[in-house]
Write a protein that binds this ligand. Structure first.
Ligand SMILES: Nc1ncnc2c1ncn2[C@@H]1O[C@H](COP(=O)(O)OP(=O)(O)OP(=O)(O)O)[C@@H](O)[C@H]1O
Ligand SMILES: [Mg+2]
Length: 335
């Protein structure tokens, strides 16, 4: 996968900062040791001089340099042993003045033999996760602020269950889903009329899942499927590139929240993009939360049997019930 330049630059900046901090720490240790045990400073300076001598000798053409190099090596070993002894005698660990790198493989440069090192890749992945979570405008929405009081507690005469009791089970299911996200295999389809809390509850799931360190993308169906279209048809290369990155995020993130499915215009292209989105994520074992106002009959009328079969078989369907909370809030003067 091509790396995003902006995020890679951010990851490199962080590595550079780590490197600078390590250098500062090294200088601090060196200053401390040299001031307390000046003999170590003298040893270090002699070791540097010996190193320069070796280089000079090996560059010299002709003559027998072997003996001279050997005697330098011996002196160097003796000095290093004395240095180690002094460090330990004075209560410092033997490697206290060794090069201080967070990653020994790349010595904090981020690259090994021209290839990106695992440490830089790890920082890059963290930047990707952060940027994805930024796309979620979570606001105040959390499981703690989800208020069951908005759902009527009058029992249904046929089922004997009130909308509040029913929505409590939906709420509990979503909470458990988020809390045990890593062990779940199924996706969720949140279905119901407008204003019943589908976007709210999916944002609650997103908050918990992204706090666990998983990458989460939130997008509406119109915008997500639009990215597939831009990726394919944009004439401006930078637009196509940006859309390609977005599509990668949509396909690869750990949790995709696709909001308002059914509000997009259905075309042959949007249907195929939706199929790609759902199917690719299933194949890669990635979970998706889809929100829609459409009933299962409406979904069947609108989408292909391949899409509907996946929505019914691979998604846990949760029905939302009650009265439009936007209206209730208006009546209560809360919005
Ligand atoms: N349980 C709840 N507690 C507090 N506020 C809620 C709750 N459910 C929904 N709301 C609020 O009610 C409004 C509508 O909720 P939301 O947007 O989640 O509905 P929706 O089911 O996604 O509707 P639509 O189908 O129109 O997208 C929002 O302002 C939301 O913050
Ligand atoms: Mg919504």
């Amino acid at each position: 996968m091509a790396l995003d330049g902006k995020l890679l630059a951010r990851a490199r900046d962080r590595l550079e900062k780590i490197k600078r901090e390590n250098e500062t720490e090294f200088t601090r240790r060196q200053t401390l040791v040299y001031s307390k045990v000046p003999e170590i400073r003298e040893i270090d300076s002699r070791l540097r001089a010996l190193m320069a001598d070796v280089i000079r000798l090996t560059l010299k053409k002709g003559g027998d340099v072997g003996q001279a190099v050997k005697s330098i090596q011996n002196e160097s070993l003796e000095l290093q042993a004395r240095r180690a002894e002094l460090l330990v005698e004075n209560g410092w660990p033997i490697d206290y003045l060794d090069d201080n790198y967070s990653c020994k493989k790349c010595r904090d440069t981020g690259y090994v033999a021209g290839k990106i090192c695992d440490c830089l890749k790890e920082l890059y992945d963290q930047e990707v996760a952060k940027s994805l979570s930024c796309l979620l405008k979570l606001g105040q929405q959390s499981f703690e602020t989800f208020d069951l009081g908005y759902y009527d507690d009058t029992a249904d005469p046929v089922t004997g269950i009130s909308p509040r009791e029913y929505m409590e089970t939906v709420y509990r299911h979503c909470l458990e889903y988020a809390q045990t996200f890593e062990r779940r295999t199924e996706s969720l389809l949140l279905r119901g009329d407008t204003g019943l809390g589908k976007t709210f509850l999916s944002a609650c799931i997103a908050r918990v899942v992204s706090a666990k360190g998983f990458s989460v993308v939130y997008d509406t169906a119109v915008s997500a499927l639009g990215a597939f279209e831009t990726q394919k048809f944009a004439r401006i290369p930078s637009e196509a590139e940006e859309a390609e990155f977005r599509v990668r995020q949509i396909l690869d993130c750990d949790l995709m929240i696709l909001d308002d499915l059914g509000t997009e215009m259905v075309t042959a292209f949007s249907s195929s993009a939706l199929y790609t989105l759902i199917n690719t994520r299933i194949i890669n074992g990635k979970k998706t939360v889809i929100n829609t106002n459409l009933s299962s009959e409406e979904l069947r009328r609108r989408y292909s049997p391949q899409i509907c079969s996946r929505l019914e078989g691979e998604f846990w369907n949760l029905e939302f019930v009650g009265r439009d909370i936007r209206s209730i809030k208006k009546e209560r003067g809360l919005s």
